[in-house]
Design a protein around this ligand. Structure first.
Ligand code: SF4
Length: 326
């Protein structure tokens, strides 16, 4: 492992001040960063441990929404009564995201930053991968791509983002709050991850030494649900997943939000389907057509055409469960 220096930050200003060089990384739960260092994905020369920063573990009510500190452990978020009752889609996505041991360690701010599980990206040996070595190509394009993208890919990268909570946060129109020595910002969860057409070597829009400090979600979404399809129920990344948030008035759908996971390098909102669902009666035959309308931009790779009907049916199931909830 590459040698590095380590400092434990006692305050947010000191953490930001300690991270002025580009090869500095922040350490929180460590469940992902230490893997990156072990297999050579990242070789930071300086680690700033933010695990004990005050107040970033807290979950606080804000008007009709919630502010979740970036250091809140996944299990603490999933089991918070306000999240369980008002945002079941987020609670369910977290409980399906990892084993109980990992959920006790990993943080809500760190989970969306995890990187693709593309086997070439995670490989130890030299391999064509534009995310590991920009300009080297994409071995997955004509290789082992069974689990990879059906939306938003280019020949430069066909990977998918694996975070489950990120899908729920995109469906909830959450915002990711950051701080940086040059100023913080609010990033819509739908725009946090970078598509390959923008930059095939990038993972998200964070600048070097930009720190996620919290996540804000708006009005309660009690009629919501998350469905994850995976090869084994005990612990596995998703083949596809879907988050759904709905509102019903006078017996018809008045608002719908649908997001898919593990189909692209960012949670993929089905905006056309969301519009088509408004005005439909839950359970009517037109609901399937409305969900299907969200798939006009889907494109399979050489070995993953199965993911298109699987994703459509997963979105439909999440929608059904959301309609039954609340
Ligand atoms: Fe690398 Fe992306 Fe291609 Fe995987 S899909 S080999 S991460 S460039």
């Amino acid at each position: 492992m590459h040698p590095f220096t380590y400092v434990r930050a006692e305050s947010l200003p000191s953490a930001l001040d300690s991270a002025r060089t580009e090869d500095t990384m922040f350490l929180a739960g460590g469940t992902e960063l230490l893997n990156w260092a072990r297999i050579g994905i990242e070789s930071p020369s300086h680690l700033v441990d933010i695990g004990r920063l005050p107040r970033l573990h807290e979950i606080t009510s804000t008007g009709d929404g919630l502010h979740i500190g970036a250091l809140a452990r996944l299990n603490d978020v999933a089991q918070d009564p306000r999240v369980e009752t008002s945002y079941p889609v987020l609670s369910q996505s977290i409980l399906r995201a990892a084993s109980a041991q990992l959920r006790n360690l990993a943080t809500i701010g760190g989970n969306p930053v995890q990187r693709t599980r593309c086997p070439y990206f995670r490989s130890n040996g030299p391999v064509a991968c534009n995310k590991r070595v920009p300009g080297s190509g994409c071995a997955a394009l004509h290789g082992a791509n069974e689990r990879l993208a059906i939306f938003g890919w280019t020949e430069d990268c066909v990977a998918v983002q694996p975070s489950d909570p990120a899908v729920a946060l995109a469906c909830l129109d959450a915002e990711i709050i950051t701080e940086h020595v040059d100023g913080g910002r609010r990033i819509p969860a739908t725009e946090f991850h970078t598509l390959p057409a923008e930059d095939p070597s990038a993972h998200n829009v964070l600048r070097p030494s930009e720190l996620i400090t919290g996540i804000e979600i708006g009005a309660p979404a009690p009629k919501s649900a998350y469905v994850k399809v995976r090869e084994r129920q005990s612990y596995e990344f998703a083949l596809v997943s879907a988050a759904a948030v709905v509102e019903v008035q006078d017996g018809v759908i008045s608002r719908a939000r649908l997001a898919l996971g593990s189909v692209a390098l960012r949670p993929w909102r089905l905006y056309d389907a969301e519009q088509a669902l408004v005005g439909l009666r839950p359970g009517s035959p037109e609901v399937m057509d409305a969900v299907t309308s969200g798939f006009s931009a889907s494109r399979p790779l050489s070995s993953n055409a199965y993911k298109i009907p699987l994703a459509r049916n997963t979105a439909l199931r999440a929608l059904e469960l959301a309609l039954e909830a609340g």
